[in-house]
Design a protein around this ligand. Structure first.
Ligand code: LMR
Length: 329
């Protein structure tokens, strides 16, 4: 099963982990789909390092990146089977389980990452997190990737009407689908690890993602136009299999919880820094035509997306929408 060992109790640390065989340690397998040089990739490794150090090697977090172990569509099943214990999927990918969590996908729901963090702490935000438990998922942390930008190979996107008739890759989420179809575009769902190939084959004209995802998978080399629209949040709930979590000793839970708190702070700062550096890199490469939406443009786009908010409210009520920081006075 999940814990490959348990002859040694946490209160027995410190132990010299080098002297322990793999099945005498607590092994936690953490699978994710992005590159190592992204906020999620780096935070996963940082977490593994700190946990190893603090448990003196008793807890070993094995990180599998780039979808090498399990891809998008597979990691959730692998988690519920107990083949892995930890994943950090984009929140959009959780809408299949808790549809109302798609509030995070509403365009311009948040105007800064601080607003996202604030929302998650509200009663409404915590209700959403709690609802994951019915699916045997325990969300221990929130990691950012940042705000999504839009790229495509057909034409520059300055106005939302420029998106019309473009075929755009999306993550599986009802709201993301509507975000594009309501503009007259054609959304298509593909796994993250398929995006590069699908763009290359021409099955889609464009896509939306954060800058670090766009560069780390070299997506921008296949695209001619990039609009800095900051229209949607992309972040992750770091999820344990709840049964696995419940099976852990209290000391281990405490160590993991505290380390996640620290890594979350670190990850949030890192995301800001990497997004700035990546934008600089894209500006300098001169390899893609960049366009920045102005504040006024963004307000106009936000207004254009109001029907999506109504759709969300009709389906899930006012409770979550009303708690968005932008509606607080
Ligand atoms: C995507 O599918 O575009 C993202 O969710 C990838 C990721 O995990 O950041």
């Amino acid at each position: 099963p999940w814990i490959l060992l348990v002859s040694i109790q946490p209160e027995d640390y410190p132990y010299d982990y080098e002297q322990l065989s793999e099945n005498e340690r607590l092994v936690i397998r953490f699978s994710h789909v992005v590159g190592e040089d992204t906020p999620k990739g780096m935070a996963a490794r940082k977490f593994a390092e700190l946990v190893k150090e603090r448990s003196n090697g008793y807890i070993e977090v094995q990180v599998f990146s780039n979808g090498n172990l399990y891809k998008d569509g597979e990691e959730m099943n692998a988690l519920s089977r107990g083949d892995i214990q930890l994943i950090a999927p984009a929140i959009s990918k959780l809408t299949e389980y808790v549809p109302e969590i798609s509030i995070f996908d509403l365009p311009y729901a948040f105007h800064s990452l601080d607003e996202v963090h604030e929302f998650v702490e509200t009663k409404a935000g915590q209700t959403l997190v709690e609802r994951l438990k019915a699916h045997n998922l325990y969300a221990i942390s929130l990691w950012d990737s940042g705000f999504k930008q839009m790229s495509n190979r057909i034409r520059p996107i300055h106005h939302y009407d420029d998106i019309k008739r473009l075929t755009m890759r999306i993550m599986p989420s009802d709201i993301l689908e509507k975000q594009f179809s309501s503009l007259g575009a054609f959304p298509k769902k593909y796994d993250f690890n398929a995006v590069y190939n699908e763009l290359q084959k021409g099955s889609v004209d464009g896509q939306e993602n954060t800058l670090t995802n766009i560069t780390s998978k070299n997506i921008y080399s296949l695209q001619d136009y990039l609009t800095i629209s900051n229209h949607g949040y992309l972040g992750y709930f770091v999820l344990f299999n709840l049964d696995f979590w419940n099976s852990l000793d209290e000391d281990v839970k405490q160590l993991l919880t505290e380390t996640f708190q620290e890594v979350q702070e670190w990850e949030w700062k890192l995301t800001n820094q990497l997004n700035k550096e990546t934008l600089q890199k894209i500006e300098n490469c001169g390899c893609i035509e960049l366009h920045y939406l102005s504040q006024e443009d963004m307000l106009e786009w936000e207004k254009r997306f109001e029907p999506l908010y109504n759709y969300y409210k009709q389906n899930y009520g006012d409770e979550f929408i009303n708690a968005l920081p932008k509606y607080q006075t």
